[in-house]
Write a protein that binds this ligand. Structure first.
Ligand code: ADP
Ligand code: GLC
Length: 473
């Protein structure tokens, strides 16, 4: 049994922009169920309502650079897990987690350095901790603080840190001159420590100082050690390959299972799949397209970021929506160029393409249940959760074979293409549509997909084992 404090900028249901939040909402309760003791620290953003939480610490002083911040700590127990919210109005009490309509906040390095420092405070006063489990660049300074600044403090004797890379593409870059505001002395600005291409990287801080590293799928753990996927950090990741592990994320079947899903019009399962067609009809009718029930319906739910590969999709839409007469529904928001691309195609094919711009959890469930195929043509994908949700909903994934997509999808459960080329995507979609036309074959694949089990328990056991090894090392 290990006492683990997770540090993250997101956790569902409190603050979510992507899969990171899903992981922080699901993994800690699963670890607690296994017998570890796991809690989570995250910022109390403006949007988090703390009225139902308990204030457990007042005016905790956080020293960074030349000054200090006074934070209040709130605690809420959710699914048997303690979530600690760090409240400081000046740092977190704004709209947006990382930025607003004017762009990224200029003080993110301070905001997240303060989160790391506050997490140490939580460990000292509220939740004695053996393992600090840090997620992505926002928690990257904690291993540095732990190894360098609190070594004489008995509260941290024997404590270890684990750093999980959810996405190497976000590196927490900050100008050298600003490091001091984040509590880091200039001596850490070295090519073997935080320096990265002329900037300081808070992600690199985690990669260098943590006792062990994980990524969210075995395949991604290999990929990031290559120049193609390493974002310039592959060399140092190869050097740390002995402590780098790939642990696949799980799927939270309490939230994402058509058998019990509260958001869909008809529940169904592999044994009783009848309800799925009702879900498809309801989804199409939501957008006045009920008459297209016989046509294959392709769904997309995603952040619209370059990572996700949607630039490839543009070149195949004329064929898929045009003479192959498929229907496409896209839910997402993000980079303007990708949003514009989908808006343009939606106006070109108003009777067979829907683009819902924004974030909508309800509609995400309707799409998982209602679509026939689910498209994820990612350039790279550390794990990806939606393809796992899609399997359970019998919505066959069409994916590029990278990262967790490669690890979770095979020829019995979905459709894969390898090279990041529009021709390869087109071929893959043609094949998927041909299989859709062969009802028996499609049904058989659906059955296999719905039978796959990616529940969190297996991943949680792997983390638990890793914590144990770390504490024994
Ligand atoms: P990433 O973390 O890279 O965005 P994942 O596949 O790991 O990708 O997780 C994405 C999560 O965010 C899923 O739970 C997905 O349903 C959700 N999501 C993404 N975009 C939207 C959206 N526009 N509306 C609702 N949910 C969304
Ligand atoms: C990141 C990755 C995604 C992964 C998620 C949760 O946002 O882009 O692939 O599933 O983190 O680990």
């Amino acid at each position: 049994m290990s006492r683990v404090l997770m540090v993250s900028s997101e956790a569902a249901p409190f603050a979510k922009t992507g899969g990171l939040a899903d992981v922080l909402g699901s993994l800690p309760p699963e670890l607690n169920a296994l017998g570890d003791e796991c809690a989570v620290v995250l910022p109390r953003y403006g949007a988090i309502d703390v009225r139902a939480s308990e204030k457990v610490f007042e005016r905790m002083r956080i020293y960074l650079g030349g000054g200090y911040y006074e934070c209040d700590i709130y605690q809420k127990v959710q699914r048997g897990t303690k979530f600690f919210f760090v409240e400081h109005l000046g740092l977190y009490g704004r709209d947006g987690f990382y930025g607003d309509r004017y762009g990224e906040f200029g003080d993110n390095h301070v905001r997240f350095a303060a989160l790391c420092s506050a997490a140490l405070g939580v460990a000292r006063y509220l939740f004695p901790t053996q393992i600090f489990h840090c997620h992505d660049w926002q928690a990257g300074l904690l291993p540095l603080f732990l190894k360098n600044f609190v070594t004489g403090d008995p509260a941290f004797y024997g404590a270890k840190s684990l750093f999980t890379i959810h996405n190497l593409g976000y590196q927490g870059l900050v100008d050298r001159s600003k490091l001091w505001d984040a509590g880091v002395e200039d001596r850490f600005y070295r090519s073997d420590l935080l320096e990265f291409n002329g900037m300081a990287s808070l992600l690199k801080s985690g990669l260098v100082f943590a006792d062990a590293l994980t990524t969210v799928s075995p395949r991604y753990a290999q990929e990031i050690q290559t120049p193609e996927y390493g974002f310039g950090m592959d060399g140092m990741l190869r050097a740390r390959s002995g402590v780098l592990h790939g642990i696949l994320n799980g799927c939270d079947y309490e939230e994402w299972d058509p058998r019990t899903d509260r958001h869909i019009v008809a529940n169904y399962s592999a044994d009783e799949p009848g309800g799925k067609v009702g879900c498809k009809l309801a989804l199409l009718e939501e957008f006045g397209m009920g008459h297209r029930i016989e046509r294959p319906l392709i769904g997309i739910v995603s952040r619209l970021a370059t990572q996700k590969g949607f630039d490839l999709v543009a070149s195949v839409l004329d064929e898929m929506l045009g003479w192959r007469d498929a229907t496409l529904i896209v839910l997402g928001s993000g980079e303007e160029a990708i949003e514009n691309q989908f808006s343009w195609y939606a106006s070109r094919y108003p009777d067979r393409m829907i683009f819902w711009r924004g974030y909508n959890n309800e509609l995400a469930h309707h799409i998982e249940a209602g679509a026939d195929l689910f498209l994820m043509p990612s350039r790279y994908e550390p794990c990806g959760l939606n393809q796992m949700y899609s399997l359970r909903y019998g919505t066959l994934p069409v994916v590029r074979a990278t990262g967790g997509l490669d690890d979770t999808i095979d020829a019995e459960t979905g459709f894969k293409f390898w090279r990041f080329e529009s021709w390869d995507l087109a071929e893959c979609l043609r094949h998927a549509l041909a299989v859709y036309g062969d009802k028996d074959r499609f049904e058989k694949m659906r059955q296999s997909a719905m039978g796959r089990d990616y529940s969190w328990a297996k991943s949680a056991r792997q983390y638990s084992e890793l914590y144990r090894e770390l504490l024994e090392s």
